[in-house]
Design a protein around this ligand. Structure first.
Ligand code: HEM
Length: 500
């Protein structure tokens, strides 16, 4: 099957080196930007083995092998200790970091809260948060330069605050937001001690500050939980139907056990932490990609104009083109660029014998650009996720949310949120890349734009005093060989994409 497109856009990414660098080069790149480590063979081979002095690692992009690691034999592959130690900073008792029985019971308890049928009821809160952001932008002058990446972080935090604590957070929302920002600024930081694999008992620099920030923010959350508990226990108005009430009422369908205060708090922190930056990146990359593609911008706008007037229920399901843009942004720039597991027992995957303790990495960033799985993988083309083409996307070749028992529990929430927010913003504003902006992907906990995404804001219908960025970036330019200014995107005019 083939579909026609008028423009081929190859968004910026580090050109894979021909060969994997040596150990020193590898460590240097890992620290600077892990995306630069992936050499050409990773995008070509089903499984690549890397032997390091203390460790053997397998990078797996073969769909059958992925099925074995993440689904059929998932019990043999645990989240690796580095990933867990980093998470354990603040989220030790939340779903993301617990294991074994604790994980099973939490997963069973939390699954109904974030199931698609439940998250559909959050669509008006999401729309409200998007409208609040749009209202703030409306007050700015046309031509204002905004960092869209930072703005998306604010809107996704706001969505979570509105869906978890729908009756407000009490006190000054600015205080809450800055406490939350400070919290997330410190918990996800990967230090050199972590990369070196030093045990958690070795004191890390900045640990005291981390503890203070955590204690303060956790105290704020505990206060909110306590107030809600009292309200739920008293007669009078029913408590709001939000995630906090659902969390406090939730019990394990198998054992009937409710969650402890620590588990409720840890899972609120987990949702805030796992849900805000990931979704913010998906949105920021989507807006960036649309700013480079007049064709898709127009299609998203037409759809948004038509659908935003309709009922808010089921809105994200009607925004099919907008959702396809988000899915394509998640393919090109998956916020979680790599999943890593440690084999607890020997196993066989493909032609490889996996030893006990080996590291197995499934990297959505590599998988989504793999030459044997995707047609012209480097090209931005949301049509991959529309109509018949969508049904042909192989199940284990597209994993922005992972797969198997530990798949993202917030996937429906995130997709719905990103789709609605994108539609509202695209309908109301013209966003053009700021002159001289550099857009470059870097993996630093999440896959984010290294220098933010500075964009010039125009209300739709306003008069744009400057030429748009696209008109500056016409004609084929080469971004090979390293960092590129955003204008250096490869834009080739061709008639058809074959394949699919
Ligand atoms: C675009 C946005 C998002 C992306 C790309 C994303 C990606 C992922 C991925 C890849 C995993 C699996 C990690 C692994 O297997 O090692 C995961 C797990 C998880 N995600 Fe998300 N996520 C997103 C949004 C959210 C949201 C909005 C929430 C909550 C409201 C959330 C909560 C979680 C939790 C709790 C887990 C752990 C599940 C478990 O271990 O059982 N995520 N996410």
């Amino acid at each position: 099957m083939s579909h026609t497109v008028s423009t081929q856009l190859i968004p910026p990414w580090p050109t894979p080196p021909d060969r994997l660098p040596g150990l020193v080069g590898l460590l240097h790149r890992l620290r600077r930007n892990p995306l630069e480590c992936w050499s050409a063979e990773f995008f070509r081979e089903p499984i690549v083995r890397i032997r390091l002095p203390l460790l053997t690692a397998y990078i797996v992009s073969d769909p059958e092998a992925i099925r074995r690691v993440l689904m059929d034999n998932a019990a043999n592959y645990r989240k690796d200790p580095i990933q867990r130690r980093i998470l354990a900073n603040g989220l030790a008792d939340g779903l993301l970091s617990v294991e074994d029985e604790r994980w099973e019971t939490q997963r069973r308890t939390l699954a109904p809260l974030l199931a698609k049928r439940t998250v559909i009821s959050f669509s008006s809160a999401i729309r409200h948060a998007a409208e609040q952001l749009a209202g703030r932008w409306e007050k700015l002058c046309d031509g204002t330069i905004l960092d869209v990446a930072a703005e998306m972080t604010l809107v996704t935090l706001n969505v979570l605050a509105l869906t978890i604590f729908s009756d407000g957070i009490g006190g000054d929302p600015e205080d809450f937001r800055s406490a939350m920002n400070a919290y997330f600024g410190v918990i996800g930081r990967i230090g050199i001690f972590d990369l070196m694999g030093l045990p958690a008992s070795v004191p890390r620099p900045g640990r005291a500050r981390l503890r203070r920030t955590m204690a303060y923010f956790e105290g704020v959350i505990d206060g909110l939980i306590e107030t809600r508990r009292r309200r739920m226990g008293s007669f009078g108005a029913a408590p709001p139907n939000d995630l906090l009430t659902l969390l406090l009422r939730a019990d394990d369908p198998t054992t009937g056990r409710a969650m402890s205060l620590t588990e409720v708090r840890s899972n609120i922190l987990t949702f805030l932490s796992a849900g805000h930056e990931t979704t913010a990146n998906a949105l920021a990359w989507s807006i960036f990609l649309l700013s480079q593609s007049p064709e898709w911008r127009m299609r998203v706008r037409e759809e948004a104009r038509r659908e935003l007037d309709g009922p808010v229920e089921g809105l994200a399901d009607r925004l099919v083109v907008t959702k396809a843009v988000v899915q394509e942004a998640l393919r090109l720039y998956p916020p979680i660029a790599a999943l890593s597991r440690t084999a607890t027992e020997p196993d066989t995957i493909g032609q490889f014998q996996i030893g006990r303790g080996a590291l197995v990495v499934i990297a959505p960033y590599v998988l989504h650009r793999h030459s044997t799985l995707w047609d012209r993988p480097e090209v931005f083309d949301p049509a991959r996720f529309l109509g018949d083409a969508k049904r042909e996307v192989p199940r284990f070749a597209y994993l922005p949310f992972g797969i198997g028992p530990r798949t993202c529990i917030g996937a429906s929430f995130a997709l719905q949120e990103a789709t609605i927010v994108l539609a509202v913003l695209m309908e109301r504003f013209e966003l053009a890349l700021a002159p001289d902006a550099k857009v470059w992907p870097v993996q630093s906990v999440t896959l984010r734009p290294a220098y933010g995404i500075p964009m010039r804001l125009m209300r739709r219908g306003g008069v744009d005093p400057l030429t748009t960025r696209e008109s500056v970036t016409s004609g084929p330019l080469d971004n090979a060989g390293g960092e590129a200014a955003a204008g250096d995107l490869v834009m080739q005019r061709t008639a058809q994409i074959e394949g699919y």
